[in-house]
Structure formats: C-alpha cells, structure tokens
Design a protein around this ligand. Structure first.
Ligand code: HEC
Ligand code: HEC
Length: 371
C-alpha cells in the first residue's frame, strides 16, 4: 500500500521535473528576451453601469489594457520625464484635491507660472475636449501639450531614460504589442489610458439619488436651489436637462465674471483665443462641479478662494459683456445683475455643493502614486 503511494508520488515528481527542463522556445530561437507572451496585455473594459452617466462614446476605450493603465500611472507620477527632473503631472494635479493643484491660484511649470488655474481631472473619458479653452480634442493630444508646455519634455532623453527601467520596458511591450517599442506617441497613449480610469461617480449626491444616503433639510433645499431657476445652476452645470451626472454640460460659456465693452477687453480671451471667433471671446469650458469643495481656488484664473465667494458672485455681482451667456439675462438673474439670494439660500446651496465630494475617488489606491 505504502509502496504504491510512493510510486505515484515519484511519477508526478518525474513529470514535473520533465516539464521544467523543457527549453523555453524563445531561448531556442535565440531571442530569449522577447518571448511572444511579453507582447500581450490584459484587456481592460471601462465601466458601463455608472448611474446616470451618459453612454461612453470614446474611441480609445477599446484599446485599453491593465498594463497600459499601469504604465500611464507610472508616467503620470514620474519626475524623470520633465526637463529639470523635478516635476511630473502629479506635481500640479494632486489626487487629494481631485487632481487639481491644492489651493494654488497658478502652478509653476518648467518655464514659469502657468497662465491659468489647474483644473480637477475626473471623468475625462466623457469630455469632448480638454483645457479651459478646449484647445485639445483627445486626452493623448492634451498629454502631448502638457508634456511640452508644462514639463519641457525632451523626447530623446525621456525615451533613453524609459529604456533603462525594466518595469517600464515590460509594460510598454504588453500595452502596445509588437512592436511594443518606447515611442513618444505611446507615452501619450499610456497617460490617456490611466486618465480614463480616473472616474468619480460615488459622491453623497450620487448616493442620495440612488437612495443609498439621505440629505439633511439644508442639503435638500440647496439641491432645490441648484436644480431649479431659483439658483439656476443646472442650466450650465448639468447636461441633458439635469439628467446626466457629469455635473457639467461640456459647453463653452461666459458666466459673467467680467464686464467688457468690446470683446477685446477680456483679460483672457478663453475659447475666442482658439477660434478667433468674436462670439467665443470670454467663454470657457463649463467645469464639472464634482469634488468642487476640494478643487479651489475657483474659475479659470483662480480668482475666488472659497465657494461662498463663488455663490456671492452668482448672487450679487455678475457682469454684462458682449458675450455674456443669454441664460444670465433670463430667469432669476435680474438681467445680468445676479440672483439676489438671501443668506439662508446661500448656506443651503453651499451645503449642497459639499455633497458633490467623492471621498472614494480621492482615496482610490489605483490612482495614487505607484512609487
Ligand atoms: C505646472 C503645472 C502642471 C503640470 C506639470 C501639468 N499640468 Fe495639467 N494642467 C495645468 C493647468 C494650469 C491646466 C489648465 C490650462 C488651460 O486650460 O489652459 C491643466 C489642464 C490639464 C488638463 C485638462 C483638464 C480638462 O478638464 O480640460 C488635463 C487632462 C491635464 N492638465 C493633464 C495633465 C497631464 C497628463 C500632465 C503631465 C503630462 C499635466 N497635466 C501636467 C497644470 C499642470
Ligand atoms: C451661464 C452658465 C452658468 C451658470 C448659470 C452657472 N455657472 Fe458656474 N460656471 C460656468 C462657467 C462657464 C464657469 C467657468 C468660468 C471661468 O472660469 O471663466 C463656471 C464656474 C463655476 C465654478 C468654479 C469651478 C472651478 O472649477 O473653478 C463654480 C463653483 C460654479 N461655477 C458654481 C455655480 C453655481 C453654484 C451656480 C448657480 C448659482 C452656477 N455655477 C451657475 C457657467 C455657469
């Protein structure tokens, strides 16, 4: 009885040993560094079940792999790709602040102060264009712009550096298949894949709408003000008539920040600086208000430090100009003079804005630094 056990054990041990002695086919071919399996990444599928999110219509969603995302995350946090080796995307885009630049009005890039305030980075896969003036149409093109204009990327140095990092080399291969070489374009594609996974869909507001959390009376009042003509925020910050939870309508508008007699009087031409179309001057991308409590200071130039200052602006000091949004001349906006909210309404609106904070987003370990 004992003997037969031993025999069986010996049999399996022999098979195991044989299997392991089999020469690797890649080694036989003499290219043991590049077995084909190195060139196959694991496909990543974007979530499709996010509550009240519009359908994802992004052509880059189909080419995502876990390895491409892991690579993009490493690049996003890697300071070695900047000109002086001291900055990364993450230097201005901090996860704790929903990837905005914690409290800084302007950031410092490789060439001096940035022209505008660094926005939050979230749900970018659903955005039709990028930057306050919408000058880039894909996340990869945006990344190229940022690498050159914020980080002073020197492409040949970056590629040489990445070729010395065995983890990056492996990830480039798996993410981009054969030929999985390290190219400038693949750097941007990897960043794009990582940024597409920066999804915020779990604020108290999301939970409230799904009956997973309850609102206080003040939060309810604030929601009512936000989502009706009383405060009239929904016309620009909610799309599909308040149905979509991106909390922006993704259009360009002039929300009455400055008075101007002619379109040349705007300190920053915004969208007009790109299209050179008179009707676009002074217009900026309607920002998503997700995580807004974390992303101050506010507006394209960071002029407001607190959310109450923003509420006071919409209430008491909007300004007329040739491109002011027509919505600010209608409804309760007193023909461009502001909403004239009373203090309790302002407090309620503020409490509602706080419910847009998504702590699971800023604590998502998959978005944090891998180093
Ligand atoms: C020095 C600070 C700084 C660095 C470094 C930086 N950014 Fe930014 N980022 C900004 C500023 C400022 C803006 C807004 C500029 C504008 O709209 O004109 C911005 C805008 C963006 C946007 C547009 C978001 C939107 O909603 O339209 C994305 C995406 C982005 N950055 C990603 C990146 C990536 C990726 C990197 C690294 C390659 C990077 N940033 C590096 C400061 C920085
Ligand atoms: C006519 C369209 C419009 C309406 C109505 C509107 N907004 Fe805005 N909002 C914008 C635009 C456009 C910006 C960006 C302006 C800029 O920076 O030049 C903005 C910016 C903001 C910001 C700063 C976002 C950031 O990331 O810096 C907050 C906060 C905000 N709005 C809250 C509100 C609230 C609260 C209401 C309702 C009381 C409201 N908005 C009504 C268009 C609008």
């Amino acid at each position: 009885m004992k003997k037969s056990y031993l025999l069986v054990a010996f049999f399996f041990a022999a098979i195991f040993a044989l299997e392991n002695c089999k020469p690797d086919p890649a080694i036989i071919k003499g290219n043991n560094l590049d077995p084909d399996s190195l060139y196959v990444g694991k496909k990543y599928t974007m979530p499709t079940n996010l509550y009240r999110f519009p359908a994802l219509n992004n052509p880059f969603a189909d080419s995502m792999t876990y390895e491409g995302i892991a690579l993009g995350r490493r690049l996003f946090y890697d300071k070695n790709l900047s000109k002086d080796g001291t900055k990364a995307c993450a230097s201005c885009h901090h996860l704790v602040a929903a990837f905005s630049d914690s409290g800084n009005v302007k950031s410092t890039n490789e060439f001096g102060p940035t022209k505008r305030n660094a926005p939050a980075l979230q749900n970018l896969a659903w955005a039709p264009y990028y930057f306050w003036d919408g000058r880039q149409k894909t996340i990869a093109a945006q990344a190229q712009d940022a690498y050159h204009n914020e980080l002073g990327l020197i492409v040949t140095n970056a590629i040489t550096y990445l070729q010395t990092d065995s983890i990056d080399v492996k990830l480039f291969k798996k993410a981009f298949g054969r030929p999985g070489t390290i190219t400038e374009a693949n750097i941007y594609k990897a960043i794009q894949q990582f940024e597409m996974t920066a999804i915020s869909a779990n604020s108290k507001f999301d939970q409230y709408l799904q009956s997973k959390a309850t609102f206080t009376q003040s939060e309810l009042n604030g929601y009512q003000i936000f989502n009706t003509e009383t405060g009239d925020c929904f016309h620009c910050h909610m799309s599909d008539g308040g149905a979509s939870l991106l909390i922006t309508d993704n259009l360009y508008r002039n929300n009455g920040l400055d008075s101007a007699l002619t379109v040349n009087d705007f300190a920053d031409p915004g969208r007009g600086g790109i299209t050179l179309n008179e009707s676009d001057y002074g217009k900026f991308k309607d920002p998503s208000l997700r995580n807004i409590a974390l992303t101050g200071p506010y507006m394209h130039d960071g002029r407001y430090t607190t959310l109450m200052q923003v509420i006071n602006f919409y209430s008491d000091s909007t300004h007329r100009s040739p491109t002011i949004d027509p919505i600010l001349l209608l409804y309760n906006h007193n023909y461009g003079a502001g909403l004239h909210l009373v203090q309790s309404q302002k407090n309620d609106l503020l409490n509602f804005l706080y419910t847009l904070t998504d702590t699971s987003f800023i604590n998502n370990p998959n978005l944090a630094s891998p180093f």
